[in-house]
Each structure stands twice: as C-alpha cells, then as structure tokens.
Design a binder for this molecule. Structure first.
Ligand code: PEP
Ligand code: MG
Length: 576
C-alpha cells in the first residue's frame, strides 16, 4: 500500500530505490543474575567489549577516506570521548560486581541515568548529543553480543539503488558511506543541527531526518522515493507517481550537470554588474569543496568549529596552521575568518555554562572579551597566518562601540607583540564586523567609521529582531526573512554601507537561498557568502538577472507590509 511520510529534508535531490533497513542493537536488554564465581569473567567480558569498541574507533580514525568531510574525524573523536568517560567504560564494572548482574544490564543502568540527564537539558544542540550517547551504547551492546559495530548491507541489488533507513545513524557509520554509493539515507530522529544532518549535507546525496516512524513502517526491499529537497518519503508508489519522480530525478540531474559547467563562469548580471559569490566553511579541509563549486573566496570561516568536540583547546600554533592552510589553499583569493563565535548552541567541552537565555548571554565577542588570553592567542594566530594569504578578520555579534574599541585595542596589542618578536604579518589586514544584532544595524554609522567592512549575519539578525530562538522548532514558523522589519533593516544596512564606501557582504542562510537572490540584488547587495553547494544555483540566478530592473521591484516590496502581497511581489521579481 502506498503512503507518504514527511520529515526534514537536509540534502536535496531525488532518489528512487529499494529500502534497506539498517539494524542496530536494541537498548532493551534482559537482566539476569551472575553467580559470584562468574563475576570476574563477566567483568572481563565487559572490558573486552569496551576494548573492541575502542578498536573500532581506532580503525575508523585510521581509515577516514580521502575527501571525507573534516567533521567526520571530529565526530569519531566525540564518540570516542563518550566511550572513554568513566560513566560507560568504568562504572558498569562496579555495577556488575555490586549488583551481580550481567554486563548488558549494567550498561543499560548507566545509559538510563545518562539519558535522563540529557532529557533535562533545554539547549537543543546539547540535547541532540543524546543520540551520540545512544549510538555509542549500541556499539557496546553489539560488541557484547559478539557482533561488529556496523554491518554493511547485504547484496540485495546494486548499492546505487539502496535507500538506507535507520532509526538513527551515527556519524561514524556515515563516514563509511564515502566508500559506498548508496542512493540515499533517511533516519527517524535528528534535527537540522544534528550531526547526521551536518554530514548528510557534505555527502551530497538526498537525505531526510526526523521521519519519526519510517524504520517501523517501511518494509525491507520495498520501493521508495526520497525527495530530499522537500523532506518527503513516498513508500510503494504507484506507476504514475514513480514515472513522475523518474522524470524529476532526470531533470534534477540534468540541471546539476548544467550548473557544474558554470564553475569558471564569472558571476555577472545581464547588465554587467559583477557579484562576489563566496563560501562559508567550518574547517580548512572544506576549501576543496569551495573551489570545486566555483566560489571565488571564503566569506565566512566559522573558526569556532576548531574548538568543538574536543577536550583540549587548539593553541596558537595549531590555530595558525589551520588558518594558514585555508589561506594557502585559496591561493590569494580572499579568506574571511571569523573569530570564535562560541557560547549559545556552540559550547566547548570546558565551557558548558547554563545561562537562562544562552543566545542572549556570553556569546561570541562578549565571551572573547571576558577571556583575553584565549582571544589573544587566536588574534596572534590569525595575524601570523595573514602573512601567507589574503586573510581578513571578522568579529561576530558586535552590539556596541565599546566592544569594537576593545577588540581593536586587542588587535593592536597582538600586532605590537608580534612586532617585538619580529614575526611577520600583514600590517594592512582588514577588520570587519558582523551585523547580526539589531542594535548594530540601527547604529551602523559608528561601525562603518571604525571597521573596514561589514558582513550581515541574517540568521542571528532575524533571530534577534523577531525575538525567536532560531534553534527552537516550536517558533520556527515565525522565522521569516520577508518580514517587513527584516527587509527594511537589510535595505538600510546596504544603503548606508554603500554611502560610506564600506564593503558589505551577507553570510547568513539568506545569501544561499535562490528564491531571494534577485531580491537581494534589487536591494543592492553585491557580495554573497553561502554553503559551497549553493554557489552554482545562486550564480545561475545572477547570470539571468538584470540588476537595474530589479531595483524598483525590490523597492515596491519595501513599501508593503502585507505578507501575501509580499509573496506575490517576490514571485513577480523572480519572474522578471
Ligand atoms: C548568521 O548569524 O547569519 C551567521 C552567519 O552566523 P552563524 O549562523 O554562525 O551564527
Ligand atoms: Mg551569527
């Protein structure tokens, strides 16, 4: 019987194939009593399972395929850290001994306690790490049952036709997909910020998360259609639906091939306006994808990812190497590196602090200025790397003039220190600020006077202007880039920066949304930075646009506050 399920599409495109249900060890285990003379053996059995899982992680770490997204190594590290924590690797031994129970039960007791703690966490990013714990526990239970951690699918037809369906897939499992050619994978759990979603995007195959009951409702070998763009799963489609999606898949493939031909084409509108299309990256290895998609620079290197998923923090030298690597790989093209935007949903292992409203708390530059030593080592690393490429420094979440002044003073001190030590750096390195707090947008002139460039972070600008938590599903329906307040702010920022002769770019998700490219061009934006995979689509829009014709249409959108009329006007603008 045909039916449809809806989830969150995390990687676009259409896949048609046969369902393969990926099984994981279940967390439901039996309890049985171990006689006193067998307790020592049971403890040894537990230790053996922990050793086996460690060996699996070693194997994964050593065999990360070339070209695997940089996050993979970090994910394997995270899972290894969860395993090494005494809660899972030591405490169950004590339970086996004191409660005289089987190893599986001891692991389950510890897991339940751990998961209860996660359930109490309000922060959605940290809550999602609950799934990482489950994935590690599943590996331990599998090892206790004598099975390996990941079982490749049996040969039921060609791999290219397989759609993997799992309750959840760990990033460590997904890393192995690089060696396979599955058509798609879908999972029952996961949010847009889950690790699985992050790696899914890097794999660039259609995928959906948060389908809730797919693993239970779909049968092995059933024909399924995955529409990763719209987050739709169609199970057992009839002939007509199948034929339609086969057509759509062909059209999607053809459009992709055509777009990849644009890699070396300059992004210039029909009326000759040049537009900069840059990429957002998380780690230096992402540069390869940046260049492959034809981005002509890095508009946002989110440096805080160097600090995540690890116990120690990267020191000055390690950071210097990372920044230099990115700059050298870009070979003279601009590389804008943002100083670490930690806090809120991005906490280091040592920094997990629980403020009531983390997005309004010690985040980004606010945090940097409270820990001058750590901030100074990043500034020194950035300046040293600036000698090896075209690096600019970007400061996140500035809201007040004192923050700009303190930051500029710190940079001056970092420069003076390097001078004293005779270390080379680019003396003319440009310092920019993110405009992502409404206060900064409203008092822009002082930012324009003190900074060399600005970059509009629409993700946060929308969050803070409309007062909606960008990570909270319950209010996501209010997250509206077309809200008149947002359009008004964007237009005003771009106009005032142009007037002051200060370069302005946009690096929030709006910049990579093809339905908004023409509107932003019409508002006067000439520099966009986005996930590398979006560059070809946005370039296509730029090539087809007539910038001067878009201006009056964009202006008419600024004059209306009726949401329906705004949608109509946007459609008109996109058809112009
Ligand atoms: C933004 O806020 O738009 C932005 C680009 O920064 P981040 O998404 O990393 O907060
Ligand atoms: Mg931001």
């Amino acid at each position: 019987m045909s039916f449809t399920l809806h989830g969150i599409g995390v990687s676009g495109g259409i896949a048609i194939g046969r369902a393969h249900l990926v099984s994981h060890a279940t967390l439901e285990v039996n309890h049985y009593v171990i006689p006193p003379h067998q307790i020592a053996d049971e403890s040894l059995r537990f230790d053996g399972a922990i050793r086996a899982v460690r060996a699996e992680f070693d194997g994964l770490q050593n065999e990360i395929p070339a070209g695997a997204p940089a996050e993979f190594a970090a994910f394997v590290n995270l899972h290894r850290m969860i395993l090494d924590d005494s809660t899972l690797s030591v405490e169950p031994r004590r339970i086996i001994e004191t409660e005289q129970c089987n190893a599986e039960w001891a692991v389950k007791v510890q897991t339940d306690a751990l998961l209860a703690q996660f359930d109490a966490i309000e922060d959605s990013y940290l809550r999602e790490r609950r799934n990482d714990v489950i994935q590690v526990v599943e590996r331990i239970l599998k090892a206790l049952s004598g099975q390996p951690g990941y079982v490749p699918p049996p040969a039921i037809g060609a791999e290219q036709d397989l759609i993997l369906i799992a309750r959840d897939l760990s990033p460590a499992d997904v890393v192995q997909f690089k060696r396979h050619q599955f058509a798609s994978f879908i999972t029952d759990v996961g949010g847009t910020t889950s690790h699985t979603a992050v790696v899914a995007r890097s794999l660039d195959i259609p995928s959906i998360v948060a389908l809730h009951r797919a693993r239970e409702l779909v049968r092995e070998n059933e024909v399924v259609i995955v529409d990763g763009t719209h987050g739709v799963l169609i199970v057992d489609p009839d002939e007509r639906v199948l034929a339609e999606y086969q057509q759509r898949r062909l059209a999607f493939g053809a459009a992709r091939r055509k777009l990849s031909g644009l890699r070396d084409t300059r992004a210039v509108t029909r009326d000759g306006v040049a537009v900069a299309l840059h990429a957002n990256i998380e780690l230096p290895d992402d540069v390869a994808q940046t260049l492959a998609n034809g981005a002509t620079g890095i508009g946002l290197f989110r440096s805080e990812f160097l600090f995540l998923n690890r116990r120690d923090l990267p020191d000055e030298d390690e950071q210097f190497e990372a920044y230099r690597k990115a700059a050298e790989a870009m070979n003279g093209l601009p590389v804008t590196i943002r100083t670490y935007d930690l806090g809120a949903d991005k906490q280091t292992e040592d920094g997990a602090q629980h403020s009531v409203n983390p997005a309004l708390g010690l985040r980004a530059i606010r945090l940097c200025l409270t820990e001058p030593q750590r901030f100074m080592s990043q500034l020194r690393a950035l300046l040293r790397a600036s000698h090896y490429g075209n690096i600019s420094i970007l400061i996140p979440m500035l809201a007040s003039v004192s923050e700009i002044d303190q930051t500029l003073q710190m940079i001056a001190r970092a420069k003076a220190g390097l001078d004293d030590e005779g270390i080379a750096y680019n003396r003319a390195v440009k310092i920019g600020g993110m405009i992502e707090v409404p206060a900064a947008a409203l008092s822009l002139e002082v930012f324009l006077r003190k900074l060399d460039f600005i970059s509009i972070g629409t993700n946060d600008l929308i969050q803070y202007t409309l007062a909606i938590d960008r990570a909270d599903d319950a209010v996501s329906y209010l997250y509206d880039p077309l809200h008149p307040a947002i359009l008004g702010l964007l237009s005003s920022i771009i106009k005032r920066a142009d007037k002051a002769g200060v370069p302005v770019t946009m690096c929030g998700e709006m910049a990579g949304d093809v339905t908004l490219t023409r509107l932003l061009l019409g508002l006067g934006l000439r520099a966009f930075s986005m996930h590398a995979a979006h560059v070809p689509d946005v370039k296509q829009q730029v090539l087809e646009a007539d910038a001067s014709a878009l201006r009056p249409l964009a202006r008419s959108m600024l004059r209306t506050s009726d949401p329906l009329r705004l949608k109509v006007l946007l459609a008109k603008l996109n058809a112009a």
